[in-house]
Design a protein around this ligand. Sequence first.
Ligand code: XMP
Length: 318
Amino acid sequence: TWTPAAFVETTVAGLKEQIGEDKVILGLSGGVDSTVAAVLLHQAIGEHLHCIFVNNGLLRKHEYEEVLEQYKHMGLNVKGVDASARFLDALKGEDDPEKKRKIIGRVFIEVFDDEAHKVEDARWLGQGTIYPDVIESVSASGGPSATIKSHHNVGGLPDFMKLKVVEPLKMLFKDEVRRVGASLGIPDERLGRHPFPGPGLAIRILGDVSPEKVAILQEVDHLFIQGLRDWGLYDQIWQAGAILLPVHSVGVMGDERTYEKCVALRAVESTDGMTADWVHLPYEFLQKISNEIINKVPGVNRVVYDISSKPPATIEWE
Ligand code: XMP
């Protein structure tokens, strides 16, 4: 029978054998998969694993600083690269969802490539690819997901890097990855984290992205996620987040008329992200969080809750 401990033992031994004295580069995202892949590789080859954690300026509030600190705490050889300005500049004025994704993918590759070149004699690229990613990229060649959204988790790096790929989690499902992570001593907080898309808040800001919009959405998202944690709801949810709509609506504050932005909240249950149901969050929670958002986040005067399931809606709005 499959156990996390046995998986770790065989995988670490296998990685040692496969990689030997070579150097490996790995991009950390803050998510479960890349973190578990990094810790496995670190156990196998120690400081020969060079991790890179890029801030694309589209992460959650404080995520970059906190997660970088946690990675260092875990003993990983990690370099943080704050490329926020580069991403936000490149996105300026673009409002097409797929073009936004492409821009972010391209800039990520450029930034990552610059950093990768700084690691001399690297031979391998480590990736946190898991089994469903493999399936999805295969079905994407013919299936509907090919045209709906261009995910760039799999095989997204350019050939010219000439690195061999090592993917220690390729045969695992998400729950197995989490169990492996727990047996490696990775903090629960990291392992229980909701999935978060590579293009980050850019695909939750409908229309064009600006630093001001990112700042507003980070505040709203932070209140929502913190609220879910405080109410003990976070761990029952597959994924949650806030969406900044390109809509202004009329409101009233004191005796002033306002004309400000609207945000949507989304929380879904799912086992693999392929299908999803909206979560029946308690009305008391929705009431409290909506008041909190409107009172605390300047520029937002209306909150709505997304009650669409996937299919036909997707989890993300873009
Ligand atoms: P959808 O919106 O297609 O999302 O129902 C399914 C899952 O995939 C995530 N997602 C992405 N992840 N790059 C990513 O790394 C992307 O471009 C992307 N688009 C969607 C989404 O957050 C959900 O977990």
